[in-house]
Design a protein around this ligand. Structure first.
Ligand code: GAP
Length: 511
């Protein structure tokens, strides 16, 4: 058996496992938590760092055409004016005057309620609410209207009106998702997503600054510095990993949509006349290959091409790589062709030229960009969902036993291997195991465990995704010096010399 068929169940399992084994904790938990924020524990921080390191290694260090950058989180507020975020980075929201709750307009739907063949109003439900919830709310509206004896036409609940499109009259007749009376929902209002702060001693508007909502603008703002100091030539990219902050109205689905998250972004600068469609396709393929290389099944990744009439005016094309998360198929990686919009905006607002001289074409121009933008936290959730597995294996007594394991790719796994002396009260075994552990520790993050039955020790490592178990037994000491290597997924065991073991781990982890 692989992951449970019920995906809501899978999300619950993941949240539980992450807390229990020290991957992810709710932020500020001792004060009751803080919605939209998370803390990464000892295993989570390793997993996170391994994802970032793999991305950096493959997209920056192993490529000749991409340079790295680490810009500040708080930048001159003029950057966000130029980029359009100050005026435009908002979501339309609907408030409930009774419950004081706020909903994203694009996630709220009004379902008509029909009693005895007569349309009597609507129930508003958040996207994804189940049929049972719809019927419950429709019955609540029936009670409110004092028509307990009327027959509810359940089929009519299927029809929907998007909340953002609803008329004032329809809103008046609508029972909000958390309201006890109809007519409490407001019309949609724009809600700013950027977190504001004050810089310096003044508390007035001139001191207002923003926590960046994307790392991309730090790249555009430094593009000239990189061009002037590096040896880049078109096409080339600038890559950055860093925190981003958005005052998301409905942070949800664990770490999928949070208020503080991390992005791995590339701005890839190309000539205005370049074959941007071809380059866009190349980037999509490169990104899919990379996701597969760190352990995501290719069949769980699909492409969502944004329709031309829904694109931002400066965008030529956007395709999202979608992943089958436990809560459904959702965006993992956005790959956009953003034209020369951002650089032109910064050129206009800063008065500094953003042109580059293209030696090959003997031409000067403001380049266009292709932007692959990926969230670290979403990648981590995708990896956890894909890795989570339940199966049955024989225990120490040969009886079938249920186990939970995380099938992390060795490159991404928090611990690469665990070293076990067969028995903890045999100093010669312990000494040899400690020596091997310390040798491996020089290169990789490895774990040492001497306590409990060997089967238990394997199981503990399976649950946190350690791909290899290495056991030192009497044969190691008395015979040929070989150790037992156990594979997490197949549970198969074989004997190797220590040098063979290191060559094997090297291939598996570092490729
Ligand atoms: N510079 C382009 C940009 O920021 P985006 O689609 O808004 O584009 C890019 O974000 C990626 O960042 C998303 O595909 C997702 O992986 C991640 N991301 C965005 N908002 C997020 C949030 N609230 N929580 C976690 N990850 C988020």
């Amino acid at each position: 058996m692989t992951a449970p068929a019920n995906n809501d169940g899978l999300m619950e399992e993941l949240v539980g496992l992450c807390k229990r084994r020290g991957f992810i904790f709710p932020s500020s938990e001792i004060y009751g938590g803080y919605n939209g924020f998370f803390d990464y524990g000892p295993l989570g921080v390793e997993l996170r760092n391994n994802i970032k390191h793999a991305w950096w290694r493959d997209f920056v260090q192993r490529r000749d055409d991409i340079e790295g950058l680490d810009s500040s989180i708080i930048m001159h507020p003029a950057i966000w004016k130029a980029s359009g975020h100050v005026d435009g980075f908002s979501d339309p929201m609907i408030d409930c005057k009774e419950s004081k709750l706020r909903y994203r307009a694009d996630q709220l739907f009004f379902h008509p309620v029909v009693l005895d063949g007569e349309s009597v109003g609507y129930v508003a439900l958040v996207e994804g609410a189940g049929a049972a919830e719809q019927i419950k709310r429709a019955k609540k509206l029936r009670d409110l209207l004092d028509r307990k004896q009327s027959t509810l036409d359940e089929a009519q609940l299927a029809g929907t009106v998007e909340a953002a499109e609803a008329s004032a009259e329809q809103r008046e007749q609508t029972l909000g998702p958390d309201a006890t009376a109809a007519g409490t929902l407001t019309e949609p209002r724009e809600f700013k997503l950027m977190f504001e702060t004050k810089v310096g001693p003044l508390a007035d508007d001139s001191a207002t600054a923003y926590l960046r909502p994307e790392t991309a603008q730090g790249i555009f703002a430094n593009y000239k510095n990189v061009v002037d100091t590096g040896r880049v030539k078109i096409p080339f990219g600038i890559a950055q990993i860093g925190k981003a902050f958005r005052n998301e109205i409905t942070p949800r689905n664990f770490i999928f949509r949070s208020r503080e998250f991390e992005q791995m972004e590339i701005e890839y600068f190309i000539a205005p006349e370049a074959d941007w469609q071809g380059l866009h396709r190349q980037w999509l393929d490169t990104c899919i290959d990379w996701l597969v290389s760190i352990g995501l099944p290719r069949e769980s990744i699909t492409e969502d091409v944004h329709p031309q009439d829904k694109l931002a005016f400066y965008s030529r094309a956007t395709t999202d790589l979608m992943f089958h998360f436990p809560h459904g198929e959702q965006e993992l990686w956005g790959i956009a062709c953003r034209s020369d919009y951002d650089l032109n905006q910064h050129q206009e607002h800063s008065g500094k030229s953003m042109e580059i001289f293209d030696e090959a074409a003997k031409a000067k121009y403001v380049p266009h960009v292709i932007e692959p933008s990926l969230g670290v936290d979403r990648t981590l959730l995708a990896i956890l969902s894909a890795a989570y597995t339940e199966d049955e294996v024989p225990n120490d007594k040969g009886k079938a036993e249920k186990r939970t394991l995380l099938k992390f790719h060795p490159r991404i796994a928090p611990y690469k291997a665990a070293v076990f002396p067969l028995l903890k009260n045999k100093p010669e075994l312990v000494e040899r195991a400690r020596a091997l552990y310390e040798r491996l520790q020089k290169r990789w993050n490895v774990f040492y465990d001497a306590s409990g039955a060997i089967g238990r020790r394997y199981r503990r490592q399976d649950e946190i995704g350690t791909p290899f178990g290495i056991t030192i037994d009497f044969d190691t000491i008395e015979k040929d010096g070989t150790v037992t290597l156990r594979d997490r997924d197949s549970c198969e065991q074989r004997r190797l010399s220590e040098d063979e073991l290191i060559t094997f781990l090297d291939e598996q982890i570092d490729g």
